[in-house]
Design a protein around this ligand. Structure first.
Ligand SMILES: Nc1nc2c(c(=O)[nH]1)N[C@H]1C(S)=C(S)[C@@H](COP(=O)(O)OP(=O)(O)OC[C@H]3O[C@@H](n4cnc5c(=O)[nH]c(N)nc54)[C@H](O)[C@@H]3O)O[C@H]1N2
Ligand SMILES: Nc1nc2c(c(=O)[nH]1)N[C@H]1C(S)=C(S)[C@@H](COP(=O)(O)OP(=O)(O)OC[C@H]3O[C@@H](n4cnc5c(=O)[nH]c(N)nc54)[C@H](O)[C@@H]3O)O[C@H]1N2
Ligand SMILES: [Mo]
Length: 922
């Protein structure tokens, strides 16, 4: 505990903790001391270099920088003595000499000018020094170093807050200035465009181009209003502050949310203009009677009106509902299916699944979680009775040992990654396990680049060491865990020596990692798609659960299991019952008592059997079963595996309703297209990977006739006779909550008041429980269960014809199928074209050339794209992101499913590569 001290500030006696700075106490007491190099925000270390915050301390010969000086008992501090004010004025005057004129300044409203106004410094008597050249090489950020005051906030932002290590301070004395790694200019550096430096810069020397004139020399845009919301991209759930000018989003800043503490990544900060894209759907569309459905999809967005025609809302909704009713009439619920959205809100997910279940008496309702953490959830439900994370990612800061396996958080959960990197820098041991190298490995004590698809071998070897070396926690096991004996028996053969050739990691390293994980006081595991997207995905997760349960690394701060959830609301959509096996809160549709409860609530007979999952639905369509679908906010024509098959299925539907914000590849197959509002245009709650429920708010109005998703679901429900009458989003939230124990004590009003609440919460006021299962597990008997696993190889191994392993995934700048981010100017400027990445050695070996067009082929399809050299990709492997519609990676992927999670094997199939020009010769 820090000591409390009493001192005098401007004649007033104040108490403060020793840890506080004089600047902080002054702020608290309502005394505003100018500051430039000091940023009053979490994660920023005070540096005391700019001297703008000087104060006078009685008895001291020199003035002192209040941002780094701590108060002491009895100290007498004066902020307004003549000496202090003159010194501060002098600092501003000297700095102003070097600034460009205010009317031509990068940001005439910057902190620098605000403080200058505040203390009355308007001009400088001093001569300017030489002016550095402008750097506009970066698509999002303008660098006007003539406005730089060398306060090094950008360096702290880059290195200490976001831990990206791109910016450093170069040169000396009055020449000191930020420099970017690899090379100036910024656009050629390894900058990941998180924009933290822009947000930190007190002068506008680093500034958003979106607020500037075309030359990016001076600011021209001043927002009319700013709305508090939440980021629409990933499961981290960064809180945002969205600035709007002339009805358009012009800037996004991070807010101090529990998941992000003001931080953002490139998508959240600079990926906003998809919302105002001219390609937004603005009118309902219906397919022209004479327009054939083409599974090969010759996309030509400019002539979409030859395939569709614009319709009134009345006609479009009528047709949409009629087609669903017709199939229901012909086949009953078995003839229909719905894909809801993890990009939509909890309320939308809840009403979507209710619409399908209540409207058509079928459980054929699913969403992208099936392609994502379905196997993780299957294993977690089986093992510990809950599919959500047991601890937030910020728990990494409390951990002694952190394992990250099959995930690439620097790219896919960038803000979460900042906490992992900070934890490693503070001394936590970091183990990164992935068949592909990644930046996070720079921070790792152990980087295990193992053979793809061999997780079970590697993890069972680790379990073998934990058991044979007696590193398990027998007390914890006795009190909380079943299945240990069976594991012990199974694991006996999986010695590190036996598994070394299978997974490619030497036995001694496996032993060291096992000891590190088991012996550390607090160990936590994070995982992602590299673990889940396999035919043995559930087994992979079973191993991770067994590691946590045998060692008791669960239920305490700094320990636990954290599947990094992907979409901004995949946790919430799953919780809300957007899955075929369960109602809201994971309550089985096959349990008669639960079924009866929902039949009672919804006033109809419901389907007593689990429905079909995403890939099963596609198969069922082709088998002549399902004939009508409603797809909202998903793009299965890009995201499902084996696209030739999936698109054929979509083509053979009798009736397809697509509700989206863009004319996606899926929408091209539709009979009716309903234009919806984007995230930034509507109200709703979203649940992030940490189980934090947060409100997203409308920031701009919808384009054209686009309507909120929730209204559209209600419209359709009423047209199939459900008589729904909701007064608005809060009422839907409250109805959903009435079915969900997990949201007890988290009312809409509370969310409005508190901003973020973590579920589960114990009462209406106490903060939610971040760490779960310290006492017991939500299973029938309160105990957790270990399920031992065997080696199951990937479904399709390389062979003479297809000698390489193809793995697919993501890019930092793009979101999944590219629907949103390909239409975000900055993001598409950074990654504009489809690429396949290969190790430079392999490229040479194959006689290929970097940058050339190549064909990548699997047993299911071929695509043509540009070859990129990437040392991260292991030899023998290819990596392709699935965001490019010009070369859809999912033409190639294998639709084989994990038997438990029903997730396809996106991460492994056999492939070959050849120069594209051979195509003509063949
Ligand atoms: N920029 C961006 N961020 C995103 C998304 C996006 O589209 N773009 N999508 C969001 C969504 S929905 C999700 S689910 C998350 C996904 O986030 P991640 O889970 O990080 O996803 P991926 O990049 O697909 O795959 C992760 C890692 O799995 C590794 N891998 C491949 N094969 C194997 C294997 O056999 N074993 C193991 N252990 N690892 C393997 C890959 O090398 C890769 O590094 O990202 C979310 N965040
Ligand atoms: N090869 C390969 N394939 C994969 C994966 C992989 O790693 N490799 N990963 C899988 C995973 S983990 C996932 S989660 C899936 C994701 O698969 P999808 O969910 O199909 O992908 P998205 O591109 O996120 O699709 C979201 C859609 O919602 C629309 N949209 C955005 N906001 C709104 C809104 O407010 N309202 C409405 N109505 N629509 C909106 C977008 O325009 C877009 O069409 O992909 C899976 N597919
Ligand atoms: Mo996902």
């Amino acid at each position: 505990m820090s000591e409390v001290v009493t001192f005098t500030l401007d004649g007033k006696s104040v108490t403060a903790s020793e840890d506080e700075t004089i600047w902080q106490v002054a702020k608290r007491e309502g005394v505003g001391i100018p500051h430039l190099c000091h940023k009053d925000a979490p994660g920023y270390r005070s540096d005391g270099n700019c001297r703008a915050c000087m104060v006078d301390i009685e008895g001291e010969r020199t003035l002192t920088a209040s941002c780094i000086r701590h108060p002491a008992e009895g100290m007498v501090v004066n902020t307004e003595t003549e000496r202090a004010t003159k010194a501060r004025e002098m600092v501003f005057e000297l700095l102003m000499a070097d600034q460009p004129d205010r009317h031509a300044h990068p940001d005439p409203e910057s902190d620098f000018w605000r403080w200058s106004d505040n203390i009355g410094v308007t001009a400088s008597r001093y001569a300017p020094c030489e002016r550095p050249a402008q750097d506009v090489s970066h698509p999002a950020i303008a660098v006007n170093l003539e406005a730089c005051i060398a306060c090094n906030l950008c360096e702290r932002a880059c290195r200490e807050v976001q831990v990206n290590d791109v910016i450093g301070m170069g040169w000396r004395g009055s020449h000191a200035a930020p420099v970017f790694d690899l090379a100036d200019p910024m656009g050629l550096s390894s900058c990941v465009a998180c924009g933290e430096c822009v947000s930190a810069c007190p002068t506008g020397a680093l500034f958003e181009k979106s607020l500037m004139d075309e030359t990016a020399a001076t600011r021209t845009v001043y927002p009319d209003e700013t709305v508090d919301s939440v980021c629409p991209f990933c499961g981290v759930g960064c809180l945002t502050s969205v600035s709007v000018s002339d009805g358009k989003i012009v800037k996004v800043e991070g807010r101090d949310g529990p998941a992000n503490e003001n931080r953002l990544c490139v998508k959240g900060r600079f990926g906003f203009d998809y919302v105002s894209s001219p390609e937004r759907l603005t009118k309902p569309l219906v397919r022209r009677e004479d327009a054939p459905k083409d599974p090969e999809l010759k996309l030509n967005p400019s002539n979409y009106l030859t395939v569709f025609r614009e319709a009134s809302w009345e006609e479009a909704l009528h047709r949409a509902a009629d087609g669903l009713k017709e199939s229901y009439g012909a086949k009953g619920g078995a003839g229909l299916a719905g894909f809801g959205s993890a990009k939509g809100s909890n309320e939308e997910a809840y009403l979507f699944q209710k619409f399908i279940r209540q409207g058509f008496g079928t459980n054929n309702v699913d969403h992208c979680t099936r392609l994502c953490h379905a196997s993780s959830v299957a294993a977690l439900m089986e093992g510990i009775g809950s599919g959500a994370v047991t601890a937030p990612f910020s728990s990494a800061l409390d951990a002694d040992c952190i394992i990250v396996i099959g995930a690439r958080p620097e790219q896919n959960h960038p803000v979460a990654a900042t906490y992992l990197k900070q934890a490693a820098q503070r001394g936590a041991k970091l183990v990164v396990m992935d068949p592909r190298h990644q930046g996070l490995m720079r921070f790792a004590d152990y980087a295990l680049v193992f053979k793809p698809g061999s997780d079970v071998a590697m993890l069972n070897a680790i379990l073998n060491v934990i058991i044979t070396e007696g590193l398990y926690d027998s007390q914890y096991i006795a009190a909380h865990v079943d299945g240990f004996e069976a594991l012990k028996e199974k694991i006996a053969d999986f010695t590190p020596e036996a598994m070394e050739p299978v997974c490619g990691i030497d036995a001694e390293t496996l032993r060291e990692v096992a000891r590190l994980y088991a012996k550390s006081g607090k160990s936590i595991i994070f995982w992602g798609m590299g673990v889940s997207q396999h035919v043995h995905g559930t087994d992979n997760v079973r191993c991770l659960i067994a590691m946590a349960l045998t060692t008791g690394h669960i239920g305490r701060p700094g320990t636990g299991l954290h599947p990094l959830r992907g979409q901004n609301n995949v946790q919430g959509a799953s919780d809300a019952g957007l899955i075929p096996q369960v109602f809201p809160d994971y309550r089985s549709v096959e349990d008669p008592a639960i079924l009866a409860e929902f039949e009672d609530a919804w006033g109809r007979t419901l389907d007593p059997q689990r429905g079909l999952t995403v890939v099963e639905i596609m198969d069922d369509i082709l088998a002549g079963g399902i004939e009508a679908m409603y797809v909202m906010g998903e793009n299965p024509a890009m995201s499902d595996p084996d696209q030739h098959h999936a698109r054929k299925a979509l083509t053979s539907l009798k009736h397809l309703v697509v509700q989206d914000i863009f004319l996606t590849e899926t929408a091209w197959h539709a009979d009716v297209i309903l234009p919806a509002t984007a995230h930034a245009e509507k109200l709703g709650t979203f649940t992030n990977t940490n189980r934090q429920v947060q409100i997203g708010r409308p920031c701009v109005s919808a384009p054209g006739e686009a309507r909120p998703d929730l209204d559209l679901i209600i419209e359709l429900a009423n047209r199939v006779g459900l008589n729904w009458d909701y007064s608005g989003v809060p009422e839907v939230y409250e109805e959903m909550r009435s079915h969900m124990r997990s949201l007890e004590h988290i009312s809409w009003d509370r969310l409005e008041r508190d901003g973020t609440v973590t579920y589960p919460a114990d009462d209406d006021h106490a903060p939610g429980n971040e760490i779960l299962f310290g006492q017991s597990f939500p299973t029938s008997d309160g105990r957790a269960r270990i399920v031992p696993t065997d080696l199951v190889p990937p479904a399709e191994l390389p062979d003479a014809d297809f000698p390489l392993v193809l793995t697919t995934g993501r890019m930092l700048e793009h979101w999944h199928t590219g629907a949103m981010t390909r239409r975000a100017t900055v993001l598409d400027a950074i990654e504009p074209e489809p690429v396949v990445s290969m190790h430079p050695k392999e490229i040479r070996k194959a006689g290929l050339e970097v940058g050339q067009q190549v064909r990548v082929e699997t047993r299911r399809g071929t695509i043509t794209l540009t070859l990129r050299a990437d040392r991260d990709v292991s030899t023998g492997m290819l990596f392709i992101p699935f965001c490019f519609q010009e070369a859809p990676a999912n033409f190639l992927t294998n639709p084989q499913l994990d038997p438990f999670g029903k997730i396809p094997e996106f991460k492994y199939c056999a492939a070959r590569i050849a120069p594209a020009m051979l195509e003509a010769a063949e």
